[in-house]
Design a protein around this ligand. Structure first.
Ligand code: DX5
Ligand code: ZN
Length: 242
């Protein structure tokens, strides 16, 4: 009698990176602090993180210049984890959709750089990316509370955008709490991201105020990335938002 072979047991590893996520708190290393000449190995070094934070700067919206679509396209091709693109560029309405078209998992543009943020967010979602809106330290959160349903992520900058290695602005926590409150009241599935000066010493402050998605550049690449990512996870988990 013929025996029907059983389907082989899948030996595929359980994914440790997002999608699926490690926990409901995400650690997104910023490659702004990586060695730009060795991006492929620098990306492999952060495979245990959730998403890779890619800072695009145009030397106009911010006084620094990093990369544009051709390099982001290569990062997208070789990265072991999905891309969290942070656009610090003027005229986001015109340029942001191109990053979604490259396959970025998330595209965040600055509120101060978009003429029609709702229209742009809809376009990003239509292409298939998560849509994010970022606020500089001096930007009032109030006008943006009513358009939160159009977004998947809010980025509260905890430094002036432009450079890595700056000090965390704890005075941004009321703004973060404001968004956390609006998120809770609306029941929206919204990620609250912080970017700038995040380390094992400051991540807990941001987590307590409501952040669930943490960008860290110098704190990750200033040591052994895998260890630094693990330390940041532990520190964030100890200070969950109540
Ligand atoms: C700053 C960038 C950040 C930067 C953070 O404008 O948006 O993503 O890489 O760097 P650290 O973590 O060193 O403050
Ligand atoms: Zn950033």
């Amino acid at each position: 009698m013929l025996s029907i072979p059983l389907a082989p047991i899948s030996l595929a590893p359980i994914p440790t990176a997002y999608p699926g996520g490690v926990t409901d708190q995400r650690i997104n290393p910023s490659i702004l602090s990586a060695d730009f000449v060795n991006l492929q190995s620098e990306l492999e070094a952060i495979a245990s993180a959730d998403l890779v934070h890619v800072d695009v700067m145009d030397n106009h919206f911010v006084p620094n210049l990093t990369m544009g679509p051709p390099i982001v396209e290569r990062i997208q091709a070789v990265s072991p984890i999905p891309l969290d693109v942070h656009l610090m560029i003027s005229d986001a309405d015109r340029w942001a959709p191109g990053y979604a078209e490259l396959g970025a998992y998330s595209v965040t543009f600055h509120a101060e750089a978009a003429a029609e943020p709702v229209k742009l967010a809809r376009r990003l979602r239509e292409i298939g990316a998560r849509a994010g809106i970022a606020l500089k330290p001096g930007t009032d959160p109030e006008p943006y509370l009513e358009i939160l349903p159009e977004f998947d992520q809010v980025l509260v900058m905890t430094v002036e955008p432009g450079f890595g290695g700056q000090s965390f602005m704890a005075d941004m926590m009321p703004k973060l709490r404001r968004f956390a409150e609006a998120k809770r009241a609306s029941g929206l599935d919204l990620w609250l991201q912080v970017d700038g000066g995040i380390s094992v010493d400051t991540i807990g402050i941001a987590a307590e105020a409501g952040a669930d998605t943490f960008v860290a550049g110098s704190a990750v690449y200033g040591g052994v990335p895998e260890e630094r990512i693990a330390d940041l996870r532990t520190a964030a988990a100890a200070h969950r938002h109540a």
